[in-house]
Design a protein around this ligand. Sequence first.
Ligand code: GZL
Length: 317
Amino acid sequence: MKLKTTLLAGAIAFAPLTAFAADLTIGFSQIGSESGWRAAETTVTKQEAERRGIDLKFADAQQKQENQIKAIRSFIAQGVDAILLAPVVATGWDEVLEEAQDAEIPVVLLDRTVDAPDDLYLTAVTSDLVHEGKVAGEWLAGAVGDDKCRIVELQGTTGSSPAIDRKTGFEQGIAGNDNLEIVRSQTGDFTRSQGKVVMESFLKAEGGENICALYAHNDDMAVGAIQAIKEAGLKPGEDIKIVAIDAVPDAHLAIANGEMNATIELTPNMAGPALDALEAYLANGTVPPKWIQTESRLFTSADDNQAIYEQKKDLGY
Ligand code: GZL
């Protein structure tokens, strides 16, 4: 819809979209509530739908792909106008996405991607997950200089696109620095509890004095690991440098307290761009690009993390 210049025309131009959105029913298959960031994404998605007058059918999969597939089939049976999907893992979606395509229900991917033909979804709203990992690796390389650094890595959910891509990116970021070596790497499933348990096993296996840095694929695992490092009598952020991704409030607080060193921000507002694209597509057939990329920003102790924590702490994390 081409927006006109005059106020009246502008109002007319907007009216159909606003009125149009009020009639939409959209199904949202959410992974679960495994992390603070995920909880914020759910909060923001519901707010974005409410602001547009969209009837959002929400389904929490408790991190199980079979529950997401069931939810998508239920949305198709209900005849929703569109589906939002945050896919817990990258594979195993072709059949159910074909069913949505056969039902002429557009699917938009949120925050993660799938290994499936891209004609099976309208667009994917995600960050550049490889870039995030690379920024983390490059930050650590800069922080340690020429010193030898034995790194442990807490990976995200096995088979998820962030776990795959953030690992790839980090390895790119440290490539060429022979003094940097990943000596342990294991999934903590993006949760604080598993981050703590796996970090305890790393400390036991390697000896805390032999670990220079932790790279965690999300802040929640890093926050869990901080607890384990403290219980081992070591100083997180000093004895063991810590870099992670999401920039949740507790990561800013940890950096402000000197217990963490860096995080890369992932916006919880994937739904805003997704719903904008869906409204334009459903209202007048505007086809969005296959990838709508969200920004990634590095935060370190050079930022006013206490102030940022105060700003973010009430945003639904
Ligand atoms: C990444 C997103 C990840 C977050 C985690 O795009 O899928 O899932 O980084 C969350 O906090 O569990």
